[in-house]
Design a protein around this ligand. Structure first.
Ligand SMILES: Nc1ncnc2c1ncn2[C@@H]1O[C@H](COP(=O)(O)OP(=O)(O)O)[C@@H](O)[C@H]1O
Ligand SMILES: [Mg+2]
Length: 410
């Protein structure tokens, strides 16, 4: 098998069965359940038939409940845990076939890892703590100081290199952990619940910072979390795991709006949809439109025959000109307008495909007719009827209320 294309990391047919003498793996391959296998053989299925391709520069999130196999997966990637069967490819090289020396080299140069719980050495200053893995990797002192210091700059702790860990807050310590991973300057970064121990506000800051970093340094990141809000915020794509299996892979939008099964749906019910619902995800693409050159008499006839409450008007290139309703069409005829484009068309706020719900709502509140959704070149691609917007708002409000409730109740 080969790892084709532009994947930075690809995983093929990966299984991990703990405490196995061979029988457990065979049962897992044959599709027996995790409980069944544990009962029969005592072996624990950690991963089952994982297949993932992660593109260069992608921030790929793996999420699922505690015990579903997230850490096992990420540790199989750098072989801190040996997979039972299957392959992992890194930039076209098979990690699972590497000798110990090659593996050490790959971890040093290609595949750094940031853990949730990592110890800072209390008697070393922040800079030396960041530089520690480089020291272990045999990098010279001047070089590791330079790399550690630019990594600290990246995470906003440029002035803290000389400080001792005890002088830092929890969030700052976690940034040091992130800097440690970045100082390795590997193209791929594995992050196992790096922010899970932090309080929500600091966590959001670090998520933003991670996104900024991701944009500026273009690393491929595998990011583990048990929190769907976090997954949705940071992920380009999200893989949802249950009992060692991946049950869905998709963009945050796909996962939240089109959950693959009831398990994923349950997860996604509570997610804050605010940044997620876009015009594209709720628009109606089966709107009625006419060309601007259409005679007003024809426009009126159409409105009457098809009993339309609104009709969109576009130019020869499909660009949006405005919206007509029966009153507008009648006024146009009374005023002697010949063509639809000469009618006093209604033009409210127009929105783009990627306009998010937070920005759709104010536009909707001002609107008298469906919102027109335009693509980047101004072509009308859909409309959002105001009832539809209202529904999206209501389900969003409900979701937000539910999340806040569950947060305050612990
Ligand atoms: N060394 C091990 N020996 C036996 N079972 C293990 C071992 N490590 C993990 N497991 C089991 O594998 C499953 C997945 O664990 P883990 O990958 O740590 O989950 P997560 O990181 O999603 O919380 C769990 O059922 C866990 O008990
Ligand atoms: Mg874990």
């Amino acid at each position: 098998m080969t790892a084709e294309g532009d994947a930075a990391l690809s995983i093929e047919g990966l299984y991990k069965v703990f405490g196995d003498d061979g029988a457990g793996l065979q049962l897992a391959i044959d599709g027996h359940s995790k409980d069944e296998i544990q009962e029969q053989t005592g072996a624990v299925v950690g991963l089952r038939d994982i297949n993932i391709r992660i593109a260069r520069g992608e921030l790929f999130v793996v999420m699922g409940l505690s015990g579903c196999g997230k850490s096992t997966l990420v540790r199989c990637v750098n072989r801190l845990i040996e997979p039972s069967v299957g392959q992992v490819w890194l930039n076209g090289r098979e990690i699972t076939a590497m000798s110990d020396d090659e593996l050490r080299d790959a971890r040093r140069n290609n595949l750094a890892m940031v853990f949730q719980h990592f110890g800072l050495m209390p008697h070393r200053n922040v800079l030396d703590n960041v530089a520690m893995p480089l020291e272990v990797a045999g990098v010279t002192k001047p070089e590791r100081r330079e790399r550690a210091s630019s990594a600290l700059d990246l995470v906003g702790l440029g002035d803290w290199g000389g400080s001792m860990p005890s002088q830092l807050s929890g969030g700052m310590k976690q940034r040091v952990g992130l800097a440690r991973g970045l100082a390795m300057d590997t193209p791929v970064l594995l992050m196992d619940e790096p922010f899970s121990a932090l309080d929500p506000v600091i966590r959001r800051d670090l998520q933003d910072e991670l996104l900024d970093l991701q944009r500026s340094v273009q690393k491929t990141i595998v990011f583990i979390t048990h929190d769907l809000n976090e997954a949705v915020r940071v992920g380009d794509r999200i893989a949802i795991m249950r009992d060692g299996e991946i049950v869905q892979v998709g963009s945050p939008n796909e996962v939240v709006l089109n959950p693959a099964d009831s398990f994923v749906r349950e997860f996604t019910q509570d997610v804050r949809l605010h940044g997620m619902v876009t015009a594209a995800s709720i628009m109606d693409t089966s709107f009625v439109s006419v060309a601007g050159s259409t005679p007003v008499s024809e426009l009126l006839a159409r409105i009457e025959q098809e009993n339309l409450s609104v009709i969109c008007c576009v130019d020869d290139d499909g660009k949006y000109l405005g919206t007509a309703d029966p009153a507008i069409a009648l006024r146009a005829r009374a005023g002697g307008a010949e063509r639809t484009e000469d009618a006093p068309l209604y033009v409210g706020d127009t929105v783009w495909l990627d306009t998010v719900l937070d920005d759709l709502v104010p536009a909707g509140l001002r609107a008298q007719h469906p919102l027109a959704v335009l693509d980047a070149s101004g072509v009308l691609v859909g409309v959002i009827p105001l009832e539809r917007l209202a529904r999206a708002m209501v389900s969003d409000e409900a979701a937000v209320a539910a999340t806040e409730e569950s947060e305050t109740s612990g």
